[in-house]
Design a protein around this ligand. Structure first.
Ligand code: APR
Length: 316
C-alpha cells in the first residue's frame, strides 16, 4: 500500500519538512495541517506545482484543522505523523520557556492523532522537545516505542558541520554524535567523533573541542539570535524528514533520537537523547555504546534534568 505521512503545523519547520518529504518521492501522500485558514492548502498547492520541475509524484494535501478535531479525518491511515505545531522561541528565550504554551497545543494535537491515526508512529519536534515527546506519549497512550522526538540528528549535524568547517574537510568525512537533552544538558560526545576514521582528539586540542561542544549546545540559540524572529528550520526539517524516512522504509538506521530509555546506561523511565535503531514500529531498540566517564555522567545529569520536567507535563 502507498505510504502516507502527516506533518502537523505548517509554519517554517512544518512546511520545509513537508517539502523535503514530498521531494523524497517515497510517499503517496504528504498531509500538511495547521489551524490557520487556507495556509496549509496554499502551501500544498505551491508544493504540488513544483512537482513537474523537481520531478516527484507525491501529492501534498493541505488541511486546516479546528480545535475540536475538525479536519483531522485527513490524517487517517498515516504511517507517520510529525508534530511541529507550537510556538518557536524568540531571542533570549530558552526552549523551556515554551513549555506551558506548547504543552496545550501538543496535547490537543496528540489526542487527535490517537483518534484519527491510531496506528501511526509519532515524531515530535515541538519544543521543549524532551518534554513534548513525553507529553505526546501520555496524551496518545501509544506504546513508547511508537512516540519519539527529534533532537540528536539535528544537534549531531550542527556538531558535524562545525568540525568540518574548523578542519576544512568535507562533512562526509566527519562522524560525530550528541546525546542527552535538546537543551542545556545536551551531551556532545567527542569520544565518538572521528574525521576520516581518526579520533577528533588527535586532530584538535582539547580547548578547541570544548569550544565546538559549547557551540553545538548553543546551536539553536545562535540561529535564533541572528534571525531575530523564529527559530531554525532548514537543518531541523532535514533531521525530522530523515527520521520519518527511516520509519517508512523500515531501514533499521541507527540515529540519535529522543527515545524512551528503560535500563540502558543505567537510566530508566525517561525520554532522553540516545542512539536508537529506527524502523516501521518506531524505535526498534535503544543502542548502548561506550562513553567516557565524563560523558556518561553528563548523560545521567541530563536524564535527571528532563525527568523532573517530564513529570510536570502530566498536569499541563
Ligand atoms: N494544530 C496545528 N498547528 C498549530 C496548532 C495546532 N493546535 N497550534 C499552532 N499551530 C501552528 C501555527 O499556526 C504555526 O503555523 O504551528 C505553526 C508553528 O509555526 P512557526 O511559528 O513558523 O514555528 P516553527 O519555526 O515552524 O517551529 C515549530 O518547532 O523547533 C520547534 O521551537 C519550535 O516549537 C516550535 C516548533
Amino acid at each position: 500500500m502507498g505510504k502516507k505521512v502527516t506533518v502537523v503545523g505548517a509554519g517554517f519547520y512544518g512546511s520545509t519538512t513537508a517539502q523535503r518529504l514530498a521531494e523524497y518521492d517515497i510517499f503517496d501522500t504528504v498531509v500538511l495541517t495547521d489551524i490557520i485558514d487556507g495556509k496549509p492548502a496554499g502551501l500544498a498547492l505551491d508544493m504540488n506545482q513544483s512537482r513537474p520541475i523537481e520531478g516527484f509524484e507525491t501529492k501534498v494535501v493541505g488541511v486546516t484543522t479546528g480545535t475540536n478535531g475538525e479536519g483531522y479525518e485527513a490524517i487517517e491511515g498515516s504511517d507517520v505523523v510529525v508534530v511541529t505545531a507550537g510556538l518557536p522561541r524568540k531571542p533570549g528565550m530558552s526552549r523551556m520557556d515554551l513549555l506551558e504554551v506548547n504543552a496545550k497545543i501538543v496535547r490537543q494535537v496528540a489526542e487527535n492523532i490517537a483518534k484519527y491515526a491510531p496506528n501511526a508512529v509519532v515524531i515530535v519536534v515541538s519544543n521543549p522537545v524532551d518534554e513534548m515527546t513525553a507529553l505526546a506519549q501520555l496524551a496518545t497512550q501509544f506504546p513508547k516505542n511508537r512516540v519519539f522526538g527529534q533532537a540528536g540528528v539535528l544537534d549531531t549535524a550542527r556538531f558535524t558541520n562545525s568540525i568540518a568547517e574548523t578542519l576544512a574537510v568535507p562533512v562526509k568525512s566527519v562522524k560525530a554524535l550528541t546525546l542527552g537533552s535538546h537543551g542545556d544538558t545536551m551531551v556532545p560526545v567527542p569520544s565518538r567523533c572521528t574525521v576520516d576514521g581518526k579520533p577528533l582528539s588527535d586532530l584538535l586540542p582539547a580547548e578547541k573541542i570544548e569550544e565546538l561542544v559549547v557551540r553545538t549546545r548553543n546551536g539553536g540559540a545562535e540561529v535564533v539570535a541572528l534571525l531575530k524572529t523564529g527559530s531554525a528550520y532548514y537543518a531541523p526539517s532535514a533531521a525530522a524528514a530523515r527520521m520519518a524516512k527511516a520509519v517508512v522504509e523500515d531501514s533499521g538506521a541507527v540515529l540519535p533520537v529522543c527515545a524512551w530509555v528503560d535500563g540502558e546506561y543505567g537510566i530508566s523511565g525517561v525520554y532522553l537523547g540516545v542512539e536508537a535503531q529506527i524502523g516501521a514500529e518506531g524505535i526498534k531498540k535503544v543502542v548502548e555504546d561506550k562513553l567516557t566517564d565524563t560523558e556518561l555522567a553528563g548523560l545521567k545529569e541530563a536524564a535527571e534534568a528532563v525527568r523532573a520536567k517530564q513529570a510536570d507535563v502530566a498536569n499541563l
